[in-house]
Design a protein around this ligand. Structure first.
Ligand code: HGY
Ligand code: MN
Ligand code: MN
Ligand code: MN
Length: 397
């Protein structure tokens, strides 16, 4: 059913994947997406942002007739050293679910679409779900174009290098209007399903925790690590380290989660006292006000050291359509409905007013954003069956 995806962007050492937006790996995956569509006699359209869309049926005629389409899909990019399933499982399962329906001779009343959202992880330019945020207007094209990667390359330059016109980047309301319902299948990022007594390979999503990213920046004075007296040092790393510890303490206090997983040090020499440390706080929690308190506590520490905190992205609480979640859970035999602390394009579409649902496929390790991320073939196939059932239910016919 699925052609073997050669391990694009796989690191021989850790076995993790590195597939950043608008890179050679991304281009290879975008070509794969087109090949998979064409193998099925379907055309790929690309919206102003670069998200790729495939339609089985005519979305515009259906929209005009008041029957907007049902879309599924996910993303193909990854975090650094990421797992094999986060993103690709949703896209591959979308094609496989389409095959299942067509093999059964299913004729949908509504068109069924498949989407590959670009730059969901924000691993290169720092803002997660960049493709769906710009598409829905949740992030301006100007801001997106100005984002830069670790080498100082802007998204505008990366788009140009990938053969796209950065001036084209912008919201695409027409494309969003075609999406009557969006259902994203995703590997579970946690251990809820694998710790249940009963054998449940698939769950329905209820909501996404409020979460955001804040850039922390502390300043100091570069100087020699050996000859500078302690009393003469202005070591930017001290304030930054205090902020990281404060983030963990605040998360424990306020019942949230927080980490700083990415740091850049200037000048970055082992034997040079840091003059600047920039890092990104990722804070999340079931309660929006609690997350804000974590950020406030960290900001207090950073500012005590004369540093700066800038909000890079914020996604408030994102309840998926509760009626839709219940309908799908029932349709799938009364499977669990569970929340997630992971952000998804589905959350961005839900916040843009699109009726949205998610399906999670059991991950026995519970680990994600790591080569340890895993799902068994049986559970992946159970996910495809569930997705096909849900698409048939939503697309009528
Ligand atoms: O960060 C997230 O939660 C998602 O994997 N982009
Ligand atoms: Mn992810
Ligand atoms: Mn993902
Ligand atoms: Mn020297």
């Amino acid at each position: 059913m699925w052609r073997d995806l050669e391990p694009i962007g796989r690191d021989g050492g850790s076995g993790g994947y590195r597939r950043f937006a608008w890179t050679r790996e991304d281009a290879t995956l975008r070509e794969w997406f087109v090949a998979e569509a064409e193998r099925r006699g379907l055309d790929v359209t690309t919206d102003r942002v670069g998200n790729q869309w495939v339609w089985w049926g005519d979305p515009d005629a259906a929209l005009a007739a008041g029957r907007p389409g049902v879309v599924t899909g996910s993303h193909l990019d990854s975090v650094p050293d990421g797992g094999a399933f986060d993103g690709p499982l949703g896209v591959v399962s979308a094609f496989a679910a389409l095959d299942t329906l067509r093999d059964k001779g299913f004729e949908p009343d509504r068109p069924i679409g498949i989407v590959n959202f670009v730059d969901e992880e924000g691993a290169r330019f720092g803002v997660a779900c960049a493709g769906s945020r710009v598409l829905t207007g949740a992030m301006t094209a100007d801001r997106a174009r100005s984002l830069t990667d670790a080498d100082g390359v802007s998204m505008a330059e990366a788009l140009g290098a990938a053969g796209r016109d950065p001036a084209e980047l912008g919201p695409d309301a027409e494309t969003v209007r075609r999406v009557g319902t969006f259902v994203e299948l995703h590997v579970e990022q946690g251990r809820h399903l694998s710790t249940l007594d009963e054998d449940v390979p698939v769950a329905v999503g209820s909501d996404i925790w409020p979460h955001g990213r804040w850039r922390l920046r502390t300043l100091g004075e570069a100087n020699h690590a050996g000859t500078t007296r302690l009393e003469d040092r202005e070591d930017a790393m001290l304030g930054f380290a205090a902020a990281v510890i404060a983030a963990r303490r605040a998360a424990e206090t306020h019942g949230c989660v927080a980490t700083v997983g990415k740091v850049a040090v200037t000048p970055g020499g082992v034997n040079a006292i840091p003059s600047e440390v920039t890092g990104w706080l990722d804070a999340r929690g079931a309660d929006e006000a609690a997350v804000r308190r974590v950020v406030a506590d960290v900001t207090e520490v950073v500012e005590e050291f004369g540093g700066l905190v800038v909000e890079d992205s914020w996604t408030g609480s994102t309840p998926f359509d509760p009626g839709l979640a219940r309908r799908l859970a029932t349709r799938l035999g009364g499977i669990p409905v569970i929340g997630t602390g992971a952000g998804h394009d589905a959350g961005i579409l839900a916040n843009a007013g699109v009726p949205t649902a998610m399906l999670f496929v059991r991950n026995p390790t519970g680990i994600s954003h790591s080569p340890e991320e895993f799902a068994t073939s049986e559970d992946c196939l159970a996910g495809v069956d569930a997705l096909a059932t849900v698409l048939a239910d939503l697309a009528g016919g």
